[in-house]
Write a protein that binds this ligand. Structure first.
Ligand code: NDP
Length: 473
């Protein structure tokens, strides 16, 4: 299994799932932007089962790009994308589909195959590609979720590794292509001043919140097979924790970051039933595609420990949910309190320890809270936050960055098989051994139990606010 060497550009993008929801919402707009930016100039072969023609595919591309970019569309770039499109129709269960694909790829020796398809078909498509020899110098990009638990992730890794070597496998988590997430890595290792205090001696607890103020929209049946723990905690939130807590990479390069992150996942203590609060918003069971008796969680909060020298004893509180009060993502690092109560206001229960806040979405911001003396004779003060709005991200979509990286063979922002399996190991027990989901009202911050029993004296949760001028999405 040689695979294409990193840095050798692929000469085609094969796009399984071209008629799907993700394709419409994110992939076509990203392909258009790649064409505009000059990072995509190879044939794009859409594969689906809709009995479409290439004209139908072109129409879907135009519609998807216009829906995203409105009047700002560069018509010339859009037509250049359309000019790159080819279409292969067929069932992924049928060997003839892959033979037709091989014919369509006759001129191309190093395709990148992107699997934007239901996860149950990842293995089928990889085996279909291998059966007709379309794996040799190819790369494969696999959408999330990568498995449903540890056993299925291992099985899937085995099937894919049977056809592709690890260097040619790109497990995508679009979250890692977001500017604010990449900034966590940069901020930590470009500012050495934080290093001496970035450990159990100075950090009391860490909170990570990824909240959405909307429900499952039209993806109820997908959500029924996932739930918040699988959909967000095990991948997005764990990745944030890994970036916050990893040791410094030992050299500049993909391998060093991956290795440092794997060590964090391996040091995470497997979650137990009591570390996990599950919730379900009232009304979820009435959504299209949802079982009227469903116990699937639309909210998950966990208390996580990292059993390493640096992080022993520091609790990490992670939560995510749908239909919460706002749509926002935030990390709050709470530092320890002063060792002695020297000032009159030291016993004030509302006094927070110093904290560093990373706003991740919908806009980026970093805030450092410190206490400052109020004018007057008494030694009392108040909390003030130094705010650093991060520059508004370029108009770039995470998929634009990630697919361009995959076509070039740069896997820095993708997930290694060891990380995937180590992360599943942390949640594996509580996927099945958990309490029933607790009902919560839409527009709230989820079940009370997360605010009470789970976080206890390390609380309260810091609830992200909607910043002025932002709608919250
Ligand atoms: P959809 O169900 O909307 O689309 C699935 C696609 O796969 C369609 O193009 C469908 O073709 C094709 N397909 C399904 N079965 C077959 C088959 N047997 N043979 C040939 N084609 C088939 O899924 P999504 O676009 O929502 O999701 C795709 C992937 O992206 C999933 O892994 C999902 O987890 C991931 N993802 C999706 C997100 C989203 O917001 N939608 C967000 C993040 C990740 P046809 O319609 O022609 O039958």
């Amino acid at each position: 299994m040689p695979g294409a060497a990193p840095g050798t550009p692929s000469d085609a993008l094969v796009f399984f799932g071209a008629s799907g929801d993700l394709a419409r919402k994110s992939i076509f707009p990203s392909l258009y932007r790649m064409v505009k930016a000059g990072t995509l100039d190879v044939p794009v072969i859409g594969v689906a089962f809709s009995q479409w023609s290439v004209d139908d595919l072109a129409e879907r591309a135009r519609e998807a790009v216009r829906a995203k970019h409105g009047d700002a569309v560069d018509a010339e770039a859009l037509e250049r994308l359309v000019g790159l499109l080819r279409y292969v129709d067929g069932d992924y269960q049928d060997a003839a589909t892959f033979q037709a694909l091989r014919d369509a790829l006759a001129e191309c020796a190093r395709p990148t195959h992107y699997l934007a398809i239901p996860p149950s078909l990842f293995g089928t498509v990889v085996q279909g590609l291998k059966a007709v020899g379309l794996h040799g110098d190819a790369r494969v990009v696999v959408e999330k979720p990568f498995g449903r638990d540890l056993a299925s992730a291992r099985d899937l890794n085995a099937v894919i590794r049977d056809a592709f070597d690890e260097e040619s496998i790109f497990r995508i988590d679009h979250f890692l292509g977001k500017e604010e997430i990449m900034n966590l890595l940069y901020f930590r290792f470009a500012n050495a001043m934080f290093e001496p205090i970035w450990n159990r001696n100075y950090i009391q607890s860490v909170q990570v919140t990824l909240a959405e103020d909307f429900g499952v929209r039209d993806r109820g049946s997908f959500y029924e097979s996932a739930g918040a723990l699988r959909d967000v905690v095990e991948n997005h939130l764990f990745q944030i924790v890994a970036l916050l807590t990893m040791e410094a990479p030992t050299y500049q390069g993909y391998g060093a970051v991956q290795a440092a992150k794997v060590n964090v996942f391996k040091a995470m203590r497997p979650l137990r039933r009591q570390d996990y609060v599950r919730g379900q918003f009232v009304g979820y069971r009435d959504e299209h595609g949802v079982d009227p008796h469903s116990d699937v969680e639309t909210y998950a909060a966990v208390k996580l420990h990292i059993d390493s020298w640096r992080w022993a004893g520091v609790p990490f509180y992670l939560r995510t949910g749908k239909c919460l009060a706002v749509s926002a993502g935030e990390v709050v690092v709470n530092f320890t309190r002063p060792p002695q109560a020297l000032f009159d206001d030291a016993q004030d229960p509302d006094q927070h320890p110093n904290r560093l806040r990373f706003r991740l979405s919908p806009e980026g911001e970093i805030g450092l809270s410190v206490r400052v003396k109020r004018p007057g004779e008494e030694f009392v003060g108040h909390e003030q936050e130094l705010k650093l709005p991060t520059e508004s991200p370029l108009e770039r979509e995470p998929y634009e960055r990630l697919l361009a990286d995959a076509l070039r063979g740069d896997s820095a922002l993708f997930t290694h098989e060891d990380s995937v399996e180590a992360a599943w190991r942390v949640v594996d027990d509580v996927l099945t051994d958990h309490a029933p989901a607790i009902a919560y009202q839409p527009g709230s911050w989820g079940p009370e139990e997360a605010a009470g029993r789970l976080i206890g004296d390390d609380g309260p949760w810091h609830n992200p606010a909607v910043l002025p001028g932002h709608g919250g999405h």
